[in-house]
Design a protein around this ligand. Sequence first.
Ligand code: F6P
Length: 542
Amino acid sequence: MTPLKQMPAWKALEAHAATLRVKHLRELFAEDPKRGERFNAEACGLFLDYSKHRITEETLKLFAGLAQASGLEERRAAMFRGDKINITENRAVLHTALRAPREAVIEVDGHNVVPDVHAVLDKMAEFAESIRSGAWTGYTGKPIRNVINIGIGGSDLGPVMAYEALRHYSQRDLTMRFVSNVDGSDFAEAVHGLDPEETLFIVSSKTFTTLETMTNAHTARVWALAKLKEHAAVARHFVAVSTNAKEVAKFGIDTANMFGFWDWVGGRYSMDAAIGLSSMIAIGAENFRRMLNGFHAMDEHFRSAPLERNLPFLMGMLTVWYTSFFGAETVAVLPYDNYLKRFPAYLQQLTMESNGKHITLDGQHVDYQTCPIFWGEPGTNGQHSFYQLIHQGTRLIPCDFIGFARSLNPLGNHHDLLMSNIFAQSEALAFGKTPEQVKAEGTADWLVPHRTFEGNRPSSVILAEKMTPEILGQLVALYEHSVFVQGVIWQIDSFDQWGVELGKVLAVRIIPELESPTEPELRHDSSTNALIRRYRRMKSRA
Ligand code: F6P
């Protein structure tokens, strides 16, 4: 593989970037007044305006050139085909199979996985409907009223995000809660006020060995059995979502109540696998299928749309563009929809666990930046908090604004007020306010620099008609595939996560040192040793 920076296509983009770094978006709009009507693309139910980016038609051609030189289309085909593109774990990457229609054929090692996917979906649907209808009762015969998902990372962030995003579609007499942190307070607050007789725990863990999840699951069992007494009650109050039947059985959960998935589904790509069981219970099987249809529609768009109209491609390349050629270190994701309040947190794992890597597929250290830091909050709240820095700070922060034409809760003129802010913010970021404009308003000379907005801050605006299960699926798949595009260009394996291992191993070594009744012999560095000693002293004083 030719190293990225030695590719002529990369060098061409680098030379081109030099001409655009000194151009203001005001100039780009002045030179091409209709760019706002042309630099946009639409797919399924999503409209993307990318005209307020520091690009020209030439940039798009060079993006396509780099994609071609990087073998993007072949890599994309390899992913959809089920090739083992996760090379460090020797695994296929087939989250797209999770939303493939029943009649599709996708093979891993000669085995068509689509019937397996649909068998699990059908089993989930049957179970979800039995909880929703009250047909599934707890051990003492009471219907389940509370559902608690225990999981972390991909086994938590997707379910939480989807539940919040689609809460409007949820069955309101079911209480849905989520426990992820090994901090006991997370568990204690999640079960606060709940009756074990009416509570179902979904233990969600791909590996079923994750320390946080297993600790919480054991605590949940103790909590439930304190009231239910009989061990046989576990079967009515605990189900598992995992790829590891052996560990599930060891925990005491009947494997008949296990919902499986496969090693070709990465944790952060699993919210539409059985990991979505809590979502399905909340919104029902029909709405869950609508969400999968949304994912699938975006998959098909990514697979078949020409690059210049391909949303994930455009968004992925824009992230590469600012990260690699403009020194941008972060991307802000700013949903103007309260239901999407956990979307930025969800995207943090999706983007940064996927592309936060510094070793190429060839095993070389990269000599360029890879994944930027993704962050964000619902938009209008952010405006009264960190937007100051986006407008007048010293860093370039490309922004993704996400908004809807219609509110699910139309109240007076709330929605127009909300949406006016998206349009105003992207306009202000791009065009700013010149010193001349500020002066013309009668501002005192000394105050003019403070009140000037330089502008030239790029943003995308993503619009959809209203928040639906389909649209949520499309949005998530849009970012999944954008992450894929970035990973291909940066020549990294977007589907492993070795960077999380060392901390886990060290924590396991440290646990007995914290718990030992006698002073342990510590063999860490002097800082870690001193911290452990101080923690032990503070703990014993308390
Ligand atoms: O912390 C890393 C990680 O492996 C994530 O990739 C994953 O989503 C999370 O832990 C949870 O893993 P599991 O589902 O196996 O409990």
